[in-house]
Design a binder for this molecule. Structure first.
Ligand code: MGD
Ligand code: MGD
Ligand code: SF4
Ligand code: FES
Ligand code: MO
Length: 896
């Protein structure tokens, strides 16, 4: 549609506002209550224009074809000036004293001087929250914060209260901010144009606009979860003063969460490791790098001499970059000569890699997250994105609020479950029966894509036969999900035009996790919702910032970079050509096998890089036994973790804000990671540390820089051949597969054929089998473990920030009926015992869990949650059964 702005003709899309038209024409129009991320309010009148003979607020007024807009007449300028002057006049002088806010900028542009602000103030502050401070006197009631909170974050924590000039933002709950529903995503801080809502700390009182303009900023990718938010890190004199969400971030689009946005205080924690540590006479003592490196080189040499290359193993880090992971596996395979390398994908989404590969051919999610904008029905299974992937959770919620249907399958009523059309609450460990029940309804009610099944899928006859055993009534008995709910959910998923499956660890961390992934994938295949553009297929919410990448880079015992099997001579010879050494042909040890080998005396050296196995692996008492039995344990760490305490050599590591490289997020996008600050003391990146260890053993690993490492990886893994740092710097995010430097990556997989041997999607006919642990008279409760919003895994980083004020301990959630049964009160300390160990937690009484089930996180290693979990693991991939542990709970009463 064509309109005319100040005599210039411009083309704008249908439904565009006059503001969009004015900007398209290059007209400079001030705005105050407007932010591109949220809907318009039209309340401040800073953007007044003259349109077809009348005055209009450009941000809200829609452009009509042929409209003539005037933005620069004296008359409209004066009207704007009057409007903003009136707003400014109610503010105290300090509102315009510093030229650091959007408001000050707008005033300047309208010729309003600092003297315009002459309000009395006196409305007071709210400084109760560790990350969000409110100065009521600077609030102009533009409502941007309120709209960010509802329209982007979906939390609805804020409201405007009062009347007329006294209107001011306030938490909807009425009390102090710290006690409100605020989830500290930072959206309000980021949008506030006046400095009324700001972040305390080094840049205290400064608005985001000021931060972005005044200091050095470094564009990087968040190093917490795998959403992969683009962040602009603001630094001054070598310290981080703020972290701002990038508006052009492909996944986050100007949003972030309490971890990426605020939890950077760990960087300067006095507990950061700044020097290598070496064990002498039983104690860890600081030493220089040379001494630590020669001890490592000597120890690795001795291990190989005594037990051969397979007496050495490494656990690589999903927190580290692709390039670091590439180098770690290269070191193990070429310098030591073993495939004994694994990463925490083993504990998390190894069943996704195995299951999705078996069903479709490749190990990643099937589609681009952008497709959620078109999906009309979400099936969210065993995932709590509101807490674990908050930016994804917010985008799913927004789609739901705008009309998409939402089905949630989770034993707990948390996060999205409270907004679901149907909430299925299966008993933990019964997913396979649940998914078969849904598939049964799809088949019997004819809600399947016959053409797709005929042309592109395999295994329908076998599945049809199996599903005869899973009618809704039987599934209700197996899972506890009422048959009518199951049928209702199946119909919604079955009748959707563009259905989407999003899932998490509630599917994978089970005895039959891979079967769960495959039975879930069946649903999308039955509907023809993969590889057809008619849905958002099957998408795991991968966990760690770079768990996808660590696996992509071959930090796995059975695959080389790009997923060539070590057992495949073709894949091996491609690597051998680039590395110029022979690659061992036998698959190496998986993480649990490494510990078993150590306990048996067969593993003589273990290098643990950025994983706190003594806190996060299951049955940690036995993990500690393994480390004690292993003659050499090396640990690269930011902090003296539980694992580092067991190590013989500890190398101080740089964190994500201190290094250069790339991460791969949950929807397979490569994004750049850039150092915003220098690592403390003698800490080095894992990249440098691996190079240094190789050098101490007399080997040059090649690829001296992260950029060279990614290039080399592309030479042996065709799926990454088109990627480079230089290209990522230019283009931003690029999904893999990306074989060509001059073609975009494949965001949506399988549009032509599936990557399986026969090119078809494979339906799986796996029967439901019960979980490994069952409740009984001794251990009557089923414990589920998982995540909470403010802390990240071991909490090693988040506990060393003000996030600790938001969540101060690990709680045990317990249904009120169970609290009565065991005589427990809110906040009471309890001993939790399982067949494997004991932990101490504080009780929280909650209806989010079902009677007979309890839930806790594992963010405070001192509470010992993983002493409880068992060594039961997924039968295909060895992923631990973290989601089902039988426990008993007793009050922890001190002797009188
Ligand atoms: N705040 C925060 N964010 C994180 C992390 C963190 O520690 N803190 N960790 C990151 C990592 S490493 C990962 S892998 C991801 C994990 O992200 P998620 O997979 O979302 O996390 P969890 O909370 O472990 O588990 C998800 C849900 O599975 C449910 N569940 C348990 N058993 C079953 C079952 O049998 N069936 C079904 N249908 N559901 C079940 C649980 O009730 C829980 O709500 O989060 C990442 N993001
Ligand atoms: N009970 C229970 N246990 C679980 C789970 C569960 O759901 N329930 N989930 C499992 C899952 S999915 C996962 S992924 C694991 C996560 O378990 P971990 O990987 O052990 O946990 P993290 O806290 O993410 O990070 C481990 C360590 O890496 C360090 N670190 C951070 N960045 C870097 C870096 O760049 N370099 C180096 N060298 N070190 C760094 C941190 O200080 C931290 O101590 O936990 C598993 N454990
Ligand atoms: S933790 Fe995840 S959702 Fe939060 S800012 Fe980082 S990448 Fe984004
Ligand atoms: S920016 Fe248009 S009315 Fe506020
Ligand atoms: Mo994870």
């Amino acid at each position: 549609m064509r309109v005319e702005v100040d005599g210039i003709g411009v083309e704008v899309p249908e439904g565009a506002s006059l503001l969009t038209a004015a900007r398209a024409a290059g007209a400079e129009l001030p705005t105050l209550c407007h932010d591109d991320r949220i809907g318009p309010a039209g309340s401040c009148r800073a953007c007044l224009v003259w349109a077809d003979g009348s005055i209009a607020a450009a941000c809200v007024a829609p452009a009509v074809a042929g409209a003539r807009i005037e933005t620069a007449t004296d008359h409209v300028r004066e009207l704007r000036r009057d409007a903003v002057e009136l707003i400014a006049s109610a503010l105290p002088p300090r509102a315009l004293a510093a030229d650091d806010s959007e408001l000050a900028e707008v005033c300047r542009s309208l010729g309003i001087g600092p003297g315009a602000a002459r309000g009395a103030g006196g409305r007071g502050e709210d400084t109760s929250h560790p990350y969000v401070h409110l100065d009521r006197d600077l609030c102009i009631a533009c409502g941007r914060c309120v709209r960010m909170c509802s329209e982007v974050q979906g939390t609805f924590a804020l409201t405007l209260v009062g009347r007329g000039a006294d209107t001011v933002v306030a938490p909807g709950t009425g009390g102090p901010w710290a006690e409100s529903d605020c989830v500290a995503c930072g959206g309000c801080v980021d949008t506030c144009p006046t400095g009324a809502i700001t972040e305390p700390g080094p840049g205290s009182g400064l608005t985001s606009a000021h931060h972005a303009a005044a200091a050095r900023t470094t564009r990087t990718t968040c190093g917490y979860c795998a959403v992969g938010c683009s962040l602009d890190v603001v630094t001054q004199d070598g310290d981080v003063t703020a972290v701002l969400p990038a508006r052009d971030g492909p996944v986050n689009r100007g949003h972030a969460c309490v971890k990426g946005r605020f939890a950077h205080g760990f960087l300067t924690s006095p507990e950061r490791l700044t020097r290598p540590l070496l064990r002498r006479d039983g104690r860890l003592e600081p030493v220089g790098w040379d001494e630590a490196l020669s001890r490592i080189a000597e120890g690795l040499g001795q291990a190989v001499a005594a037990g051969g290359p397979d007496a050495v193993a490494a656990i690589s880090s999903a927190r580290a970059t692709n390039e670091e992971n590439y180098l770690v596996q290269k070191f193990l395979r070429t310098v030591i000569g073993t495939n004994n390398v694994d990463n925490c994908s083993r504990l998390c989404h190894a069943p996704s890699a195995a299951g999705l590969t078996a069903s479709f051919g490749l190990a990643g999610g099937t589609d681009s997250f952008d497709d959620v904008e078109r999906a009309d029905c979400f099936l969210v299974v065993g995932a709590n994105p509101v807490e674990a992937h908050p930016v994804v959770g917010a985008r799913l919620l927004q789609r739901t609020l705008r009309g998409a249907r939402l089905l949630v399958a989770d034993p707990r009523t948390v996060g999205l479950a409270t907004d679901a059309d149907v909430h299925l609450r299966p008993r933990p460990g019964t997913n396979v029966a649940l998914f078969h029940g849904l598939a049964h309804v799809l088949l019997t009610e004819g809600l399947v894509d016959e053409d797709f099944l005929r042309e592109r899928a395999a295994g329908l006859p076998e599945l049809t036969e199996l599903l005869a055993d899973y009618p809704p009534d039987r599934v209700a008995d197996l899972t506890g999900v009422p048959a009518p709910d199951l049928i209702a959910a199946a119909r919604l998923y079955g009748r959707a035009e563009r259905p989407a499956i999003v899932y998490g660890l509630g599917v994978t961390e089970h005895l039959h996790g891979t079967d769960g992934v495959r039975a879930l994938a069946n649903l999308a295949i039955l509907r023809g919702a993969v590889g057809t553009g008619r849905g958002y297929g099957v998408n795991p919410l991968r966990g760690q910032n770079n768990v996808q990448g660590a696996s992509d880079m071959g930090a796995l015992p059975d695959t080389l970079p790009g997923y060539g099997k070590v057992t495949d001579p073709v894949a091996r010879s491609r690597a051998e050509e680039v590395w110029e050494v022979r690659v061992p042909a036998g698959p190496g040890l998986r993480i649990p096998q490494m510990f078993a080998a150590a306990r048996a005396g067969d593993l003589r050296a273990l290098w643990v890089i950025g994983e706190d196995v003594c806190a996060t692996d299951p049955d940690t008492n036995r993990v500690a036994d393994a480390l004690r039995a292993c003659p050499l344990v090396i640990c690269n760490e930011l902090f003296l973790s539980e694992t580092a305490r067991h190590a013989d050599v500890v190398l101080p590591a740089a964190s994500w804000l201190e290094k250069d490289g790339t991460f791969v997020n949950f929807d397979r996008r490569f994004q750049r990671v850039r150092a915003a600050v220098a690592p403390p003391g003698e800490a080095r990146t894992d990249f440098e540390a691996v190079h240094a260890v190789a050098a101490a053993m007399g080997v040059d690993l090649g690829c001296p820089t992260p950029s060279a490492a990614l290039d080399e990886c592309g030479r042996l893994a065709p799926v990454f051949a088109g990627l480079s740092h230089e290209r990522l710097d230019r283009e931003g995010a690029i999904p893999w597969p990306c074989p060509d430097a001059d073609r975009p990556g494949e965001a949506t997989l399988y549009t032509g054929r599936f990557a399986t041997a026969d090119g078809r999607a494979h339906l799986a006919s796996c029967p439901y089998l019960p979980p490994g642990e069952q409740a009984d008279d001794d251990y009557p409760l089923i414990m589920v473990t998982g995540r909470r919003l403010a802390h990240y895994n071991t909490g090693s980083m988040t506990r060393r920030t003000a996030n600790l004020l938001l969540e101060s301990t690990d709680w045990l959630d317990l249904h009120p009926d169970d609290a009565d049964r065991y005589g427990l009160r809110e906040g009471e300390p309890v001993t939790v015992e399982s067949r494997h160990g004991e932990a101490r937690l504080l009780t929280r009484i909650s209806r989010a869990v079902s009677p007979g089930q309890v839930f806790c996180a594992f963010h405070f290693p001192a509470s010992g949650v993983n002493r409880l979990t068992s060594d039961h693991a997924d039968t295909v991939t060895s992923c631990p059964e973290y989601k089902v542990t039988a426990v008993r709970v007793t009050p922890l009463r001190h002797p009188a």
